[in-house]
Design a protein around this ligand. Structure first.
Ligand code: GP9
Ligand code: MN
Length: 416
């Protein structure tokens, strides 16, 4: 009931961090372009495979003056994969354990990023060349208050323009920019790529680097599709510039979840030239995050430890939109008070000092097992936060918040 909302609300209020005044509103009024980079893990950034650069364009962005590149940023998804990353971005809540929240709780009331952007005059939409019912998106996007879903029907897939799961990223981005040209501004578009998806199939002509050689066909092909996606992002930036949409936008890009599962540890161990422990598996859940603000000029590489739940408050604050009243569990990454503590959906966590995985406490610097005392307080906090997040979702608690804000008299009644 409503009293649970009060309990969770107290927890959330206690964790609220003030925005960084230097960053608050720096992208106010701009179009917002959020790119979900399919299965992109951070280990490929500024790295090579057999002497081949894997992500040349993204590497450039890591030292671009208009870009903040976060090299210590984690995905927090569960079984719902891409849809979980969308849920996290929209709500700054944890997804559900053991099932996809897009399927199980698409009828809830949420206080989504899209809804908040809509209230602030944005035309909100998602662009993704797949069937609209995949991951129950058609239903969930309505629930999240997203104005329009540009699904596969909005795209024309010409001869040779599809591979693997569907439309190739390069023609997808090209048509995406054409569609953006027609949108009312300011718009907020979430753009979801697809080519770099398991089993990482490509047409010969799109293979810009060779395959890796290991016992894992998956890892061998992964480098090639990542390289292709990198090229696609470059095309996207070029097109945005060419079509006049670049300067007045902010572009946020992040990896949605891992692409290489623990089943490929042997091959990964060969590539990284080290044994893969549970500590390493946790560290491998890093995905890159880029916050690109054309013309900003003061961007830099950031090693603040953060996760996907932090995206919602970070984005809203960059646009000068307050989140003080919001039921969110992440915090603005740019806030001076942002805490280096990332909780994974499965109960693992990372702090600046430790990594907790398989019920073992590791030293985050050395990767060595360490006294569990250091992890103890964070184990408790992890359980509490995951429980509270589940309480919000399972109890559909945000519907009470809506009643309270829309009908202040109800709030008064509850207080008595
Ligand atoms: C499907 C795409 C991939 O539309 O988002 O989903 P995933 O399998 O990565 O969750
Ligand atoms: Mn995905």
């Amino acid at each position: 009931d409503g009293s649970e909302l009060v309990e969770v609300g107290n927890y959330i209020n206690a964790n609220y961090t003030e925005p960084n005044p230097d960053m608050y509103g720096v992208a106010k009024g701009r179009n917002v372009i959020i790119v979900s980079l399919e299965s992109l893990q951070n280990f490929v950034i500024n790295n090579e495979m057999d002497g081949h650069v894997i992500t040349p364009f993204l590497n450039e962005l890591t030292h671009d003056k208009d870009t903040f590149y976060f090299n210590n940023f984690y995905h927090q998804t569960g079984l719902g994969k891409t849809s979980d990353s969308e849920f996290i971005l929209e709500n700054s809540l944890h997804p559900r354990n053991g099932s996809a929240v897009f399927f199980t709780h698409s009828g809830n009331t949420y206080d989504s990023l899209s809804e908040r952007l809509g209230e602030n005059g944005y035309f909100t939409n998602v662009m993704h060349a797949n069937n609209r019912s995949f991951w129950n998106r058609d239903i969930m996007y309505n629930t999240l208050g997203i104005n329009k879903f540009y699904d596969v029907e909005s795209y024309e897939i010409g001869e040779g323009q599809a591979v693997n799961w569907g439309m190739k990223d390069i023609p997808f981005f090209e048509q995406t920019v054409d569609l953006m040209k027609e949108m009312p501004q300011p718009f907020a578009s979430r753009v979801i790529t697809l080519t770099n998806h398991h089993p990482f199939d490509l047409d010969e002509e799109d293979m810009l680097i060779p395959q890796y050689t290991s016992n894992s066909n998956t890892l061998n092909k992964y480098f090639q599709t990542v390289r292709y996606m990198d090229e696609a992002v470059k095309v996207f930036f070029d097109d945005l510039k060419e079509k006049g949409l670049y300067d007045n936008s902010i572009i946020i890009m992040y990896g949605d979840h891992y692409g290489i599962s623990e089943n490929h540890n042997k091959a990964m161990s060969m590539y990284l030239d080290k044994e893969i422990t549970p500590y390493d598996n946790a560290i491998l859940q890093k995905v890159p995050l880029f916050v690109h603000i054309p013309g900003y000029g003061k961007g830099k590489e950031m090693d603040e430890l953060a996760g996907q739940l932090d995206l919602r408050p970070t984005i809203l604050h960059l646009l000068g939109i307050s989140t003080k009243e919001d039921m969110q569990m992440g915090a603005d990454i740019f806030s001076p008070d942002h805490e280096p503590f990332v909780i994974f959906r499965d109960g693992r966590f990372v702090t600046d000092k430790n990594v907790y995985a398989q019920e073992v406490c590791y030293d985050n610097e050395t990767g060595e097992e360490t006294d569990s005392g250091a992890c103890e307080p964070f184990i408790k906090r992890t359980t509490t936060e995951l429980d509270y997040s589940d309480m919000i979702i399972n109890g559909d608690l945000l519907r009470f918040k809506e009643e309270q804000t829309q009908h202040p008299e109800i709030k008064g009644q509850q207080k008595e």
